[in-house]
Design a protein around this ligand. Structure first.
Ligand code: NAD
Length: 434
């Protein structure tokens, strides 16, 4: 099939490369000329493991190309996938302007019988709006569907090649059949449902995972008061098959490009229909409050942040990505500096500008970025392990222990408390009192 993927961001590039690997002829289309120029040379403008190799293979086989030209990309396409961003609007709702712009731009070039698929995360009802925007600009018959994406950054190529399921939201049998054929070669159950359910399923999945993170943080907060250890709790409840051992991450709350904005959308929608006391509103609120609470709580434990030198280890929102969207670093570093600390950041892949970290020119003298852990920790009063990159977790901090009192904050509970204490640091973690 001829496939065009509109939007060559994280989801778009990975999807385009994987569909090419399934023997389709794929074009990636974006309005960002710089991004397209890089992709044409097999340069991925962000860090995602194994993506460059897949891209190079598919481009060398002439199955994958990139363009900024809507007409050239759409006129022969059997399936057009809209994979543009859907960031939060100021009121928390999903801002759909990029989706609508893509729909209006593609419409004049559609061929009869093409399927326009929304892959972006969008609220129920969006497909109808997209359909009427397209109808206003074409005489050709076309189909629509929703195929939400569930990949995780950091393992996006693996996830797309080995999906847990493929969700197809459509109303016509022909569309289900053609989209099922599109995914032939992937071993995954296909869930065929109506478009509104497909769109809501994506929000439900992200909100559920965000809820687990918030839930275990609430338990951790109680453990810090009553002498229990949240890691013991995870072990104990994890044996219950209804609960499971997976996906328990006590720490800084959820961040990244998806969970915060998707929970915000559910919260905004809930408020708009008079459900302002529901779970999604509360989860969103708890997550928004968490980092400021932790800055205060850790601040008390380190004897105040004023004049403290902090080694801040991990700037991306999680390991194996350089994505800074809603990364804890973008809120914690400005807050630490505001509280009087001097911060040196380090990340194996993310090298943010001061602007990306939300720093003002007044903050700049209080922030620097190191190219390795050792340099970041030079003279540090506090080592703040924020992201569980393997490099950060496996580093031998005994070798750099200074002859002064130093605190080690393990914000992801990835270090053995006894080990860190034996190295000579005062150890602080999440949901553990000793
Ligand atoms: P992104 O911001 O990385 O990329 C979006 C791309 O769309 C950009 O390159 C931008 O230039 C392009 N674009 C915007 N308007 C355009 C237009 N009118 N025509 C052509 N290109 C246009 O976004 P992303 O992270 O890939 O996310 C895309 C969608 O997928 C979002 O709805 C997101 O919620 C969803 N999603 C993301 C992830 C993830 O981990 N990133 C996972 C699952 C689902």
């Amino acid at each position: 099939m001829n496939i065009t993927v509109i939007g060559t961001g994280f989801v778009g590039v990975v999807s385009a490369a994987v569909y090419a690997s399934l023997n389709h002829q794929v074009i990636g289309l974006d309005v960002d000329e710089v991004k397209v120029a890089l992709l044409k040379q097999s340069v991925v403008p962000f860090y995602e493991p194994n993506l460059t190799e897949l891209l190079k293979t598919q481009q060398a086989a002439n199955k994958l190309s990139f363009t900024t030209d809507y007409k050239a990309a759409i006129q022969d396409a059997d399936v057009i996938m809209i994979a543009v961003g859907t960031p939060s609007a100021p009121d928390g709702q999903a801002d759909l302007k990029y989706v609508f712009m893509a729909a209006e731009s593609l419409a004049p070039h559609l061929k009869t019988g093409a399927i326009v698929v929304i892959k972006s995360t969008v609220p129920p009802g969006t497909l109808e709006k997209v359909s009427s925007l397209i109808k206003a600009k074409t005489q050709h018959n076309f189909f629509t569907a929703s195929v939400p994406e569930f990949l995780r950054e950091g393992s996006a190529v693996y996830d797309t090649l080995h999906p847990n399921r493929i969700v197809i939201g459509a109303t016509e049998a022909e569309v289900f059949d053609r989209l099922e054929a599109l995914h032939e070669g992937l071993q995954a159950p296909i869930v065929k449902i109506k478009p509104e359910s497909a769109q809501m399923a994506k929000y439900a999945a992200n909100a559920y995972l965000a809820t687990r993170i918030t839930f275990i943080n609430q338990i951790a907060d109680l453990c810090e008061k009553n002498g229990a250890d949240v890691e013991d709790i995870i072990q104990a409840i994890g044996h219950d098959q209804r609960i499971g051992k997976h996906y328990w991450y006590p720490g800084l709350g959820y961040g990244g490009s998806c969970f915060p904005k998707d929970v915000k959308e559910l919260a905004a929608y809930s408020r708009s229909i008079g459900e302002s006391g529901n779970l999604f509103v509360k989860i969103n609120q708890l997550n928004e409050e968490r980092l400021a609470q932790l800055v205060r709580k850790f601040g008390e434990k380190v004897g105040g942040w004023q004049n403290k030198t902090v080694a801040f280890l991990g700037l991306a929102f999680k390991p194996n990505t350089d994505d800074l969207r809603e990364a804890p670093s973008t809120k914690l570093i400005p807050a630490l500096i505001m509280a009087g600390a001097k911060v040196t950041g380090f990340d194996p892949m993310a090298k943010p500008t001061n602007q990306q970290l939300g720093l003002t020119s007044a903050d700049e003298s209080s922030y620097s970025q190191a190219s390795d852990i050792q340099t970041a920790c030079l003279n540090a009063d506090v080592i703040f392990a924020v992201v569980e990159w393997p490099e950060i977790v496996s580093f031998d901090y005994s070798a750099i222990k200074l002859a002064k009192s130093q605190v080690f904050i393990d914000a992801r509970n990835r270090f053995a408390p006894d080990r860190v204490t034996a190295w000579g640091y005062k150890y602080i973690s999440i949901g553990r009192t000793s």
